[in-house]
Design a protein around this ligand. Structure first.
Ligand code: AMP
Ligand code: ZN
Ligand code: FE
Ligand code: FE
Length: 289
């Protein structure tokens, strides 16, 4: 084996349970050659992750996972190589995080009316200072005995369409692509399976995003079956996109998913990271001299 990569990881800066340093330590333990932190809607953990990775001899880039606004669909975009300080992207992501805070209030209001009065403080405590998401609300529901476990909390209250679900502000995919490009980065379409599109719909969607600068598809992902990988790799070939991959490691919030290998069978070659890094350098005129 020539070296493995994991290009999709979460920390305590969003809904993972490990700090950036702990994620790097696990990546080192797993013998990974490259790893990228992709917290939801924030690059706040990125400087710490990059410093720890450098110290551990693991190659890395900045990363972030952005939820895009496609009605009734789950569309996540992985942004790689962005300058975390670029003002337009930073302002857009602040707006997204404000939208989360406002949505969390509405979810808590619905839960209270459903007889599950949990407080914003309890939820913030579950998040430990990072971006607050539904998994933290789920954890608070479980802690208070209103749900048996996280899956139960999502099924009964928090999934799209469930009793306490609320929408939140999201960036249109084209807008996210443009902002990421403006910050010197590139985008890979995360876990295409979660869109729920059939192959023809997914092809049209990828064509639409590719016209706006999509650079890759996360073909290699926890739980993708061989036929799905083949479908997504086929799309990547057709539209000249990179094949990326990762586990979506969340620590204890997604039990059983191990860094680098997911449930044991995922293998993302470090060449996927090489290609990503090269594409980032190509779109950023100053990078690499
Ligand atoms: P949010 O970003 O607040 O909308 O929350 C999205 C996160 O919730 C995802 O990244 C998943 O980790 C988690 N999630 C979404 N749906 C479910 C589900 N049905 N069961 C467990 N976790 C889920
Ligand atoms: Zn997550
Ligand atoms: Fe995701
Ligand atoms: Fe993720």
């Amino acid at each position: 084996m020539d070296g493995l990569a994991d290009l999709h990881l979460h920390s305590t800066f969003s809904d993972g349970t490990c700090t950036p340093e702990e994620v790097v330590a696990l990546a080192a333990e797993a013998g990974l050659a490259a790893a990228v932190l992709t917290d939801h809607d924030t690059m706040e953990g990125t400087p710490r992750f990059l410093a720890a990775a450098r110290a551990a001899g693991i190659r890395s880039l900045s990363g972030m996972e952005i939820s895009a606004d496609v009605p009734r669909r789950t569309v996540h975009l992985l942004a790689y190589g962005c300058d975390p300080a670029e003002p337009r992207l930073a302002a857009a992501m602040r707006r997204v995080r404000d939208g989360r805070a406002e949505r969390n209030e509405r979810i808590l209001g619905k839960l209270a009316r459903l007889g599950c009065p949990i407080t914003a403080e309890e939820v913030r405590a579950e998040a430990g200072g990072g971006v607050v998401g539904r998994p933290h609300i789920a954890a608070a529901l479980v802690r208070r005995g209103f749900a048996a476990d996280g899956a139960d909390a999502f099924r009964r209250f928090l999934s799209r369409g469930a009793a306490a679900y609320a929408e939140r502000f999201r960036l249109a995919p084209e807008e996210a692509l443009e902002l990421v490009a403006g910050a010197g980065g590139i985008v890979s379409l995360a876990h295409p399976s979660s869109t729920g599109y059939n192959p023809a719909e997914l092809r049209r969607f990828v064509e639409r995003l590719a016209a706006h600068g999509l650079a890759g598809i996360e073909c290699l992902y926890t739980g993708h079956l061989p036929n799905q990988v083949a479908e997504y790799v086929g799309l990547a070939r057709e539209f000249g996109l990179l094949v990326t991959g990762g586990t979506d490691f969340h620590g204890g919030n997604k039990p059983g998913i191990r860094i680098g290998v997911a449930y044991g069978r995922l293998h993302v070659p470090v060449s996927a990271f090489d290609a990503l890094e090269a594409r980032c350098a190509a779109v950023r005129p100053n990078a690499g001299g």
